[in-house]
Design a protein around this ligand. Structure first.
Ligand code: SF4
Length: 81
């Protein structure tokens, strides 16, 4: 089954709140940054980032959040399939 990796490059998040407004199932505001709900942590190009693997049912709402992010610091990547 095709899966998607949602990444939040949290170090460069400006805390605008767009992701949490669009997709409150997966994004919440936490202090001056957003947080990707039920995510793990890993090191990436912008330092420590959050990530989680979602299936196709959660693709649209996370892609919409990524598209709305002004930085951008949300990335959705296809994995496997
Ligand atoms: S939309 Fe982007 S910059 Fe705004 S809070 Fe969400 S992740 Fe951060």
């Amino acid at each position: 089954m095709v899966k998607f990796k949602v990444e939040h490059h949290k170090e460069i998040c400006i805390g605008c709140g767009a992701c949490a407004a669009i997709n409150p199932d997966d994004w919440v505001m936490e202090g001056d940054k957003s947080h990707l709900v039920d995510s793990g942590k890993e090191e990436g190009e912008h330092g420590t980032q959050e990530f989680k693997i979602v299936d196709e049912a959660k693709l649209a709402q996370n892609q919409e959040a990524a598209d709305a992010c002004p930085v951008p610091c949300i990335f959705v990547k296809k994995v496997g399939g």
